[in-house]
Design a protein around this ligand. Sequence first.
Ligand SMILES: *Cc1c(COP(=O)(O)O)cnc(C)c1O
Length: 355
Amino acid sequence: MPYTPASPTQSQPPVRINLLSDTQTRPTPAMRAAIASAEVGDEQIGDDPSVNALCARVADLLGKEAAVFMPSGTMCNVAALLVHCRPGDEIIAHKTAHILSREGGTHAALGGFQITGLDGADGQFTPDALRAALHPHTRYEMPQTVVSVEQTANIGGGTIWTKQHLDEVADIAHARGMATHMDGARLLNACVATGISAQDMAAGWDSVWIDFTKGLGAPLGAALAGPRAFIDKVWHWKQRLGGAMRQAGMSAAGCLYSLDHHVDRLADDHAHARALASGLAQINGVVVQQPETNLVFFDPAGAGISGADMVKALRAKGVLLATMDGRIRACTHLDVTAEMIEQTLELIRDVVRRA
Ligand SMILES: *Cc1c(COP(=O)(O)O)cnc(C)c1O
């Protein structure tokens, strides 16, 4: 079987409403202007002023000593875990975690470590589940080195780990001498939804990163933060992985712009997600998970149509949705308006009526 990119946009009518992912945003004219006028230098030797400004800003935002700019969130996870772990080590995460199911097996391929996926509702494991997964330090067992969480939990429904829950999990890990890693691809969604600062959310987490290409709407980039000595080691892996860049200030300028202009407005995405969910909940037979942020998971099977058929029917009408983990995922973002949500609901009601 060839490995094909999962492009649902080929040989189909044009997409009018794109709820596939919050990665689907196009840079706004104002963001493009910020990118066009970026001050740049050679990032690889520390000379790009826009990248340096972004790293200082992210370190401050996340309450850590230092940060490093990366081409992608995936590289943040990979490089961070390569620093935290040795071959043969065990990482504990939720079974739906991005590091386990969506990074092409990098952690095994490059790091030689193993990720144990814990069960738990809504993409989260409980402190008790973590305690139960910890084993004695013996010669028989692999060293358990890292506990990793996703804020928000993507496949869990964009759910928010409460601050109390995060602190408790981090305390358990640290008491065992383990490191804590937060995949913060949508951390700022959690912060806007709860009013808790990113610094407070990430307080118990040794390494944490944010993605600029999700709700923040930038075309490229993520930034990983942690203690200075840790970030120095991450830089080594960034270089090894080919992630050290040149005039990356072109990208960093878009990221800085997104921090200035696209954080507070995540609340709009959350409102749109709630509107979509409450409309869906009124359709007989549709089961919808109440959204906490910008992701809406639902299953129309009870209304007489499978998720896959529903996605196909909507695609033919120019509405793009994803099937994920046996359900449909609709994702609100910068390029989705309240009107588009209304139109989507109208089309879904229509598809259900015909089914
Ligand atoms: C998107 C995503 C990533 C990976 O980020 P990329 O920038 O796409 O590499 C990692 N974790 C979660 C939870 C994500 O949603």
